[in-house]
Design a protein around this ligand. Structure first.
Ligand code: ADP
Length: 333
């Protein structure tokens, strides 16, 4: 079982702020709760920032108590609310944010978000010498330096439940269904959903050519007696890829029904896995700061909690795990 990295000695840290940024993800609340409770149990004052970097720049900061995070571990979304903040791309805004926190007596910041939020966090620390730690909170699971992110498991389970239902209809009507899942630039959700949902074909942005052979994949299924098929498509950078796949199928003599799962994949009760992951990573993040370490993100590698420099993470993209696309093709053949 995943165990937190704990700091055993004394600590100089007296105050921490926490915010959620970018797309919301189920389990963010469990992470907020763990940050707050861990900080308080180490006599560190903890502040919640509303609405990500936007709220930070607006000074929307409140002291949190252990009671203020009661009864949220099971709730999707984020009680702190989240936002995308174009102003934070500017160096001057990041300096203003650091100054504002210092004026309020806040010495460090924990950012729960995706790789975009990590970039903002990294520049905030590097330019202003303001300690930050990142916690991976995104359904996309596309952050380098971690094999898992808070919200991914819930999102995958939501999509697979939907596919199981769609399969009933696909079987009853002998139909091909094209199910579009989230993932503008990364196919991690599509890959896991496609494998877990027994898809005929998985189409991911990392391998754009995968959508071309889709008719042949359906033909192969028909040859061995299949009357229905599920194709899982990551949405990709241009909306409506599922419809283009349907057109491609038509050219090959098949008709495909499109189902776009959309935002239902974001919300909902976090799975036990995501609540546990969020609790362990958030606890480790606070202990990182207690140990005087920053400009890092916590993550999971080879089944262990790790601390990875934000400078390394923001330079890379996380590739799809090797071999899984081939495995998926074998399993569908
Ligand atoms: P995610 O964190 O889920 O990847 P985004 O990419 O939308 O979500 O990023 C969330 C926010 O992080 C942005 O709205 C912006 O405020 C901040 N951010 C993203 N990229 C950068 C960057 N290169 N420099 C500074 N801030 C950034």
């Amino acid at each position: 079982m995943l165990a937190p990295i704990l700091h055993k000695g004394k600590s100089k840290v007296k105050s921490i702020a926490v915010l959620t940024s970018g797309g919301d993800a189920p389990g963010m609340n469990a992470a907020i709760r763990a940050v707050v409770r861990t900080a308080i149990s180490h006599e560190v004052a903890v502040y919640g920032v509303a609405k990500g970097y936007s709220g930070l720049l607006e000074g929307r900061i409140q002291r949190l108590s252990a009671g203020s995070v009661a009864n949220i571990i099971q709730r999707g979304g984020t009680i702190l609310k989240t936002d995308r903040c174009p102003a934070f791309y500017e160096k001057s805004a990041r300096r203003e944010a650091a100054n504002l926190m210092r004026r309020q007596g806040i010495e460090s910041l924990i950012v729960i978000g995706g790789d975009g939020s990590y970039k903002g966090a990294h520049y905030l620390e590097t330019e202003n010498d303001f300690p930050v730690i990142g916690i991976p909170g995104t359904i996309d699971n596309d952050i380098p330096g971690t094999e898992d992110t808070i919200g991914f498991d819930t999102s995958v389970n939501t999509a697979i439940e939907a596919i199981d239902r769609i399969r009933d209809t696909a079987n009853s009507h002998d139909r091909v269904f094209i199910v579009e899942v989230m993932g503008r630039s990364s196919g991690h959700i599509a890959l896991q959903v496609g494998i877990g949902g027994g898809a005929e074909r998985i189409i991911v942005p990392e391998l754009p050519e995968t959508w071309k052979g889709v008719s042949k994949a359906v033909d192969r299924g028909i040859k061995r007696g299949k009357t229905s098929s599920i194709i899982v498509v990551a949405e990709g950078p241009k909306p409506g890829l599922a419809f283009r796949v349907a057109k491609q199928l038509e050219k090959g003599g098949h008709s495909g029904k499109v189902c776009i799962l959309g935002h239902i994949q974001r919300g909902g009760t976090p799975t036990a896995h995501d609540r546990f992951l969020a609790s362990v990573l958030a606890t480790s993040a606070v202990h990182c700061l207690l140990a005087g370490k920053s400009n890092l993100a916590v993550g999971v590698l080879n089944g262990q909690v790790v601390r990875v420099p934000l400078a390394e993470i923001v330079r890379h993209r996380r590739p799809l795990p090797e071999g899984l696309m081939l495995m998926a093709a074998d399993l569908a053949s």
